[in-house]
Design a protein around this ligand. Structure first.
Ligand code: ADP
Ligand code: MG
Length: 591
């Protein structure tokens, strides 16, 4: 959630008030309940970074809450001073989390979830297996270092929570917010525009564990005893339930969830038997009715009173009926724009020199030979068509070129340099790719979608210049009228044109377009044709996969025809498309 300064201040003040409410007269809301709630909220804020913001199914987070307590407690027993033991507990936990993350983030969603559950079992299991160190089932008792008085504990917990809120705000803002949303929505699209997805996830997971570790060590010392269940799967899922109740993905959700659950169980504490029912209701309610929890339900009211001043995001409803406010180029400082122009859109590649070379590339999927020794090269300033019947290997070839799939054999060279061993995000600045089905991030505006690519490939530019450059790109593409629209409200054809604008921003050497004409109206086709001509004129090498032969004939200079993974024709496009074996392979299948 991107939050601008005013709501942040309000949030902080409100949460201060809420948590400072031991004196607010809420029945049962004592200093100790508030302290536990603040620590719990901090742990949930950590969980929220991975579960709420990135959508990672982190189901073992309690392990990172309990681990620092166990480490600190055992070190203290071994003779370390309290403060050193606490620090060691936090450091060890974060290091373990970094290691776990490195292993787990490469797993697909469900395996990640199962892996984190397994980790939770392991930590609880260790706590039970070695009672001589951990206290076993009856728990590890903290005898020293906790005698600072209830008020000091309360101040400590609220300070930790406030520090957590500040860190959260710094982590989830502007360009970082865009990056995280993109990763959450579509990891492949994220990688193709230059985001190092695995590193983003590892960092967020590790940072999340820092929140949990600080909260956990605080809770352990405050409560004075740590039992194995504290690390377990049930506790982890309770955290998820509490977060869902409050509102996953928002900054306030963890505080609302933690405060409400603490209050319910202490005040209505006689109703401890309702605990599971409440978590169950939170899970079901969140899934079925309120994906953003109580905070999400309250959001419309909230917005009425504290309108976010963040200009980048536009609610779909606000624009469903018309064109939104579009910043004119004159709003962009001219110095900034000229710098940005030079830095990211200086599209002057030498014409007709080789941009891309594919050399004897083969790709095998098990028994399927998707590509067989395919070779061709594409020059700067040319539109190159890649055609062939369905299953010919066109998309696979794009995947090999931009790094989604490694080739089984052969090489890919970009301006003479081998790139087939580079990870996908490292090719992004030089290769832009638009997808067969446009993969934009809903919830972000058109402009933000385009800026996100510049965030990666033009990191050195300040935010304002990146936005200016993205806006100029939209102007060049005749899409400036859509700049502030949420992509969720765009028509299919507009989606594809915006995807193309994103792929081509920042002057990549090569732009790969997978069926750009599909779903476009006649006007949009003309628009697309003009854009391809402009890209060609800028010196970009444009590779187009397209079934609409009339369209592709009108734009392509040269091309190749693939059939069953092999090249069956190459050369001047108008000529090859009339060759008998091409007609047979291509139109024979299509007709
Ligand atoms: P096109 O884009 O020309 O329609 P594709 O490149 O998508 O063709 O597919 C070429 C062949 O490779 C097809 O037989 C397809 O089933 C196979 N293929 C593509 N991707 C994979 C994959 N990830 N795993 C297994 N087979 C694949
Ligand atoms: Mg395809």
């Amino acid at each position: 959630m991107s939050v601008s300064a005013r709501p942040v201040v309000t949030v902080v003040v409100l949460s201060l008030l809420a948590v400072a409410s031991p004196w607010a007269g809420v029945p049962g809301w004592t200093l100790s309940v508030a302290t536990v709630a603040a620590f719990t909220a901090l742990a949930l804020l950590g969980l929220n970074l991975v579960f709420g913001v990135l959508g990672m199914l982190a189901f073992g987070q309690a392990a990172f809450v309990a681990l620092p307590g166990y480490v600190a407690g055992m070190l203290e027993v071994a003779g370390l001073p309290t403060l050193a033991a606490v620090l060691a507990g936090i450091v060890v936990t974060v290091l373990v989390a970094a290691l776990v993350a490195r292993i787990f983030v490469h797993l697909p969603g469900t395996y990640f979830a199962v892996g984190t559950l397994g980790f939770s079992f392991v930590v609880e299991g260790l706590a039970r297996a070695f009672p001589e160190w951990t206290g076993g089932a009856s728990g590890l008792v903290f005898a020293t270092g906790r005698d600072i008085g209830p008020l000091a504990w309360y101040a400590l917990s609220v300070s930790a929570l406030l520090a957590g809120l500040v860190l959260w705000h710094l982590t989830v803002r502007t360009d970082r917010d865009r990056r995280l949303r993109t990763v959450r929505h579509d990891e492949l699209a994220a990688a193709v525009i230059g985001i190092d997805v695995a590193t983003v996830k590892v960092r967020m997971f590790t940072l999340s564990s820092l929140f949990c570790a600080v909260a956990g060590v605080g809770l352990a010392y405050y409560v004075g005893v740590l039992v194995p269940e504290g690390a377990g799967v049930n506790r982890s899922l309770e955290y998820v339930g509490t977060l869902l109740l409050g509102g996953a993905g928002s900054m306030l959700g963890p505080i609302v969830g933690a405060a409400l659950v603490q209050w319910l169980f202490v005040v209505a504490g006689y109703g401890k038997q309702f605990e599971l029912l409440l978590y169950g209701a939170a899970f079901l309610g969140a899934v079925l009715y309120a994906r953003h929890g109580l905070v999400g339900l309250a959001a419309p009211i909230w917005r009425r009173f504290v309108e976010p001043s963040d200009s980048g995001r536009v609610k779909p409803a606000a624009h469903a009926g018309g064109v939104g406010p579009t910043p004119s180029p004159s709003m962009v400082p001219s110095v900034a724009s000229s710098v940005a122009q030079g830095a990211v859109t200086a599209g002057t590649q030498p014409a007709m020199s080789e941009a891309l070379r594919v050399e004897r590339v083969s790709k095998r999927f098990g028994g399927v030979q998707a590509l067989h020794e395919v070779s061709f090269s594409v020059c700067h300033g040319e539109v190159f068509a890649l055609v062939g019947p369905n299953g010919a290997g066109k998309s696979t070839l794009f995947n090999v070129i931009c790094g989604v799939e490694p080739p089984s054999a052969g090489q890919v060279l970009l301006e003479g340099e081998r790139i087939d061993t580079l990870p996908i995000h490292e090719r992004a600045s030089r290769i832009g790719r638009a997808f067969q089905v446009a993969r934009l991030v809903p919830g972000l505006s058109v402009l933000e979608n385009v800026v996100t690519r510049l965030d990666q490939i033009a990191r050195d530019l300040p935010e304002g210049m990146r936005r200016a450059a993205a806006l100029r790109q939209l102007e060049q593409f005749g899409l400036q009228g859509l700049a502030m629209h949420d992509v969720g409200v765009l028509a299919a054809g507009q989606h594809k044109l915006v995807d193309l604008a994103r792929a081509a921003v920042g002057s990549p050497r090569v732009v790969l377009l997978d069926e750009p004409a599909v779903g476009l109206t006649a006007d949009e086709l003309d628009h697309l044709r003009r854009l391809l001509m402009e890209l060609r004129a800028s010196g970009c090498a444009v590779v187009v996969v397209e079934h609409n032969i009339a369209f592709v004939s009108s734009v392509a200079d040269r091309g190749v025809v693939l059939d069953g993974g092999a090249l069956i024709a190459a050369g001047d496009f108008a000529t090859i498309i009339r060759e008998p074996r091409v007609l047979e392979a291509y139109f024979g299948v299509l007709s």
